[in-house]
Ligand binder design. Sequence first.
Ligand code: ADP
Length: 485
Amino acid sequence: AISEAGVVGAVDKELFVGGKWVPAKSGKTFEVQDPSTGAALCEVADAGPEDGMAALDAAVAAQASWAAVAPRERGEILRRAYDKLLERRDELALLMTLEMGKPLAEAAGEITYAAEFFRWFAEEAVRIDGGYAVAPNGVGRFLITKQPVGPTLLITPWNFPMAMGTRKIGPAIAAGCTMVIKPAEQTPLSMLALAAILAEAGLPEGVLNVVTTSDAGGVMEPLIRDGRARKLSFTGSTAVGRKLLEQCAEKVLRTSMELGGNAPFLVFDDADLDAAVEGAMQAKMRNIGEACTAANRFYVQRGVAEEFSRRLTERMQALAMGRGTEAGVVVGPLIDEAAVRKVTELVKDATDRGARVLTGGATVDGPGHFYQATVLTDVPVDARMASEEIFGPVAPITTFDTEDEAIAKANDTEYGLVSYVFTSDVKRALRVSERLEAGMIGLNQGIVSNPAAPFGGVKQSGLGREGGSVGIDEFLETKYIAVSL
Ligand code: ADP
């Protein structure tokens, strides 16, 4: 049997640099907490700038030999790591639930999802292609090949502690890049466990280096400005992403940016309402609403608005809330007190402006960072939650009359990650999908994430795509060799 103390105890809590576990040079550590109780789980090494630089040195030193490893071998390392992730799914899920809060079933689902990135990129490693072409003048010849971009810096968020790591590490390994990865300070344990698995799977020393730190900016900025790392791949808030883009400009690092979202969820009169309610539950409540893909604004056509709101409210009221380790729980705690404060403020702002609470709308007494599953209706367009990410279990509903009005409202945001559309009319489905400003559309479905599909946003939701057949390109440079016959 696996115990909570057992899974936490099994994790190496030092920095992983050059294939070795080492303490922070300062000797410092920081605390990791269980968001369902607020209690300390353990301490992990707290890297400073000199530790970050040692990790970058290791990545730079390993780059040339790693790029020379056969693509098949790189793929097989990923495939072995995939198998190990699935073998240890239960332990890893428990570890994730303890540090992040999501219910065990969702954590186990994330381990599978995370592992699938490794399987996908194991298959992509051997499919890096090139070309041979005749120049327009008939004399020249073009040889086109792809090479690893070089040492990369990876920064991941706390909401999907494992999958946001494998989504970057998978293509980096497949492409032949070395890495320094910095997980979020709230959830370092999943990444440390992943590093150990990759080492066991045969990843050479120095290819993956993990720095855990309570000082993200202080450690990462010098690495970005150093110039030896040639790429930054970041998943997190738009505010931090903007700052990192500025830092990357100095040495012209390539970037992949998966930033915030403000997903609209459109339900038309002609929608299959069962599917719409089911999709709404998934799009809103997956990960306790703490996802950049979470439905943030529900726009429902007048003819079905009341019925949709009633059914969604019933479903939300039936959800069991509690510690993610308890059987039957589907709503866990939010990540920390700041998250609860933000959700509380956004709900108060909406109700002050006239929104009505159909269910929920309050925090929960006792330890842990809980907020009730909430449905609001008559949410005015000027409410803060219409333009800000809620990142919690709150569904704000607004009614619309025409298709044009729905699209205008949906697009009225600086974000453009994902939009959800529910309609049974094929022409409307395609028309609306084309007009929505988003990198991804959930058409009659509430979940879009899939390792085999290109994930990413437009506008201020980011740059580049992760997953799919384009995911590996983010870690490759195209080289063209000119020759004449
Ligand atoms: P969230 O609001 O979801 O915590 P953040 O953008 O703050 O989103 O965090 C995402 C990741 O970015 C985390 O790993 C965090 O430590 C890191 N991060 C935050 N600020 C900075 C920064 N100034 N420089 C580099 N990384 C940062």
